[in-house]
Each structure stands twice: as structure tokens, then as C-alpha cells.
Write a protein that binds this ligand. Structure first.
Ligand code: FES
Length: 111
């Protein structure tokens, strides 16, 4: 489980984190926030499995409306994680479950 202060995530913007599973495995993830849309995903592109970002917390394209994979430019809809453009078109980012409580986003590990 990891807690991220909502106030630490720009709107629009994103925040990277590392989540530790019950088995001790470390998984990179990120929270994306665009207005009322807040989602958490594993930081792994469905094209090759590579991390989406080259710079920490930079997951949005220049319009700040889509998640982008910086390796080959795939675009993802923030609300659904679906790839709409690029080599993995039609595939999805892996969502992480989370809750928002007392100004924090609490992300749970994959089961
Ligand atoms: S690794 Fe993401 S588009 Fe190729």
C-alpha cells in the first residue's frame, strides 16, 4: 500500500510511485489526475512492457489531456487506460485499485 497526498499531484498532472507487493516485489506505478479524473496504473506500456515515462512524473502529452508513452509515442485515454494511438492501439494500461480518503490517494498492491 502507498499513500500519496492529493495536493502533491498537479491538476492536470501525474505522480510516479513504487508499490511493494505482499511478496516483496516492487512495481512502478503512477497516478494521473485531470480535473475530476483520477486513476492509478502500473507504469508499463502494453507495447513492450517498458516504463511510459523518461522523466519522473511526466506521463501526460503536451496537451495535458492524454497519457503518452515516451518510447514510441502511444497515447492512452486517462480515464480508461485504453491505447487510442500507436503500436498497442486497443490494448490497456493495467489499473491499480485505490481509494481517496482525507486528502490522500491510497493505492493497493496487485493481488
Ligand atoms: S513501448 Fe510504449 S509505445 Fe512502444
Amino acid at each position: 500500500m502507498i499513500e500519496i497526498l492529493l495536493a502533491d499531484i498537479p491538476d492536470p498532472g501525474a505522480k510516479a510511485f513504487v508499490l511493494e507487493t505482499a511478496g516483496g516485489e516492487k512495481i512502478g506505478g503512477f497516478v494521473v489526475r485531470i480535473g475530476p479524473i483520477i486513476r492509478a496504473y502500473v507504469n508499463s506500456c502494453p507495447h513492450t512492457g517498458a516504463p511510459l515515462n523518461w522523466q519522473e512524473d511526466r506521463f501526460l502529452d503536451f496537451t495535458q489531456t492524454e497519457v503518452i508513452c515516451t518510447l514510441h509515442g502511444a497515447r492512452f485515454t486517462p480515464a480508461s487506460g485504453q491505447c487510442t494511438l500507436g503500436p498497442c492501439k486497443g490494448k490497456h494500461l493495467t489499473p491499480l485499485s485505490f481509494e481517496i480518503s482525507h486528502g490522500k490517494i491510497i493505492v493497493r498492491p496487485l493481488s
